[in-house]
Design a protein around this ligand. Structure first.
Ligand SMILES: NC(=O)c1ccc[n+]([C@@H]2O[C@H](COP(=O)([O-])OP(=O)(O)OC[C@H]3O[C@@H](n4cnc5c(N)ncnc54)[C@H](OP(=O)(O)O)[C@@H]3O)[C@@H](O)[C@H]2O)c1
Length: 265
């Protein structure tokens, strides 16, 4: 059985461990998880007794085929220094989730003499990975295609995954990893507006969810540009165009674009 070591059992590492152990790939991989504090490990072990948990990063990576670095970006170098002599250079695929750290940056963190031998990739999920609905991006020119394909398959089992060029990673992260917060903010704003219009917030949230589901379903079924579907709603002189124009006067499209650009820097 192939072995995946996940370094860091936080939001991402914990969700990935649960997603592999309890999802479509259940039984396909041995999952090892390391974290400095034991509480998170104990909770995962209680849910999935087959998980191998340890407070030692070195113990987690020995013999691993895939090592997922799920620590904060500023800890990546420290973790690489710790594990680099304990991994199988020829076999292992190193996958970093760290925002803003390139594949080349990661390769540079390894001892010079071994850099060329390492397969390094990046994966960028979003927090919906915890419910098997992530939009994840995988990239890495320094790893063989079959290794990238395996990562794409693994992350695809926890939602949807796409392989992209690394130069697109910043934009993709803004759109989907940060973007999940923007989608939440829309839900919050719409709920606040609904309450001002006299609806109850919990009910309004459900109505908004279904409206968003409907919008996605329509766009997916027709493949149309959103404006085509918007045209169907906007009667001349009607209330929808008045609402859309009021939103635009308040900077809706500009706010979204500027927000995405700010996130991708
Ligand atoms: N959150 C997101 O939406 C998101 C999206 C895409 C990518 N990412 C990337 O994913 C990575 C992890 O983010 P996160 O949100 O999962 O962070 P997190 O919840 O803070 O998890 C990080 C985990 O790493 C553990 N840790 C700290 N030092 C460690 C060490 N030396 N060795 C092993 N584990 C260590 C922490 O343990 P303790 O808490 O016990 O200290 C914590 O459980 C980041 O690089 C981030 O950029 C995050």
């Amino acid at each position: 059985m192939r072995k995946i070591a996940i370094i860091g059992a936080g939001n991402m590492g914990g969700a990935i461990a649960r997603g592999i152990l309890g999802g479509k790939l259940s039984g396909e991989y041995e999952v090892r998880l390391s974290n400095p504090s034991a509480g998170k490990l104990e909770r995962i072990k209680a849910e999935f007794p087959s998980a191998v948990t340890t407070v030692s990063n070195v113990e987690a990576v020995v013999g691993a085929d895939i090592v997922i670095l799920a620590v904060k970006p500023w800890l990546v170098k420290q973790v690489i220094d710790e594990i680099s002599t304990s991994i199988d250079v020829e076999e292992v695929t190193i996958v970093s989730l760290a925002a803003g750290i390139s594949v080349d940056d990661i390769c540079d963190m390894f001892d010079n003499s071994l850099q060329a031998a390492y397969s390094v990739a990046r994966a960028m999920p979003n927090t919906a990975i915890a419910v098997g609905e992530s939009m994840t991006f995988v990239c890495g020119d320094r790893a063989a295609k079959y290794k990238i394909d395996e990562l794409n398959m693994i992350f695809g089992s926890m939602g949807h995954s796409a392989v992209i060029a690394e130069r697109m990673m910043g934009g993709a992260m803004a759109l989907c990893s940060c973007g999940i917060a923007y989608a939440m903010r829309y839900v919050r704003a719409a709920t606040e507006g609904a309450v001002e219009l006299g609806l109850y917030p919990d009910a309004a949230k459900e109505y908004i969810f279904q409206t968003i589901r409907g919008a996605v379903a329509l766009l997916e079924s027709t493949g149309a540009n959103p404006e085509v579907e918007i045209d169907k709603v906007t009667t001349p002189g009607g209330v929808t165009i008045k609402g859309l124009n009021a939103m635009e006067r308040n900077g809706f499209t500009t706010a979204v674009i500027e927000g995405l650009k700010a996130s991708s820097r």
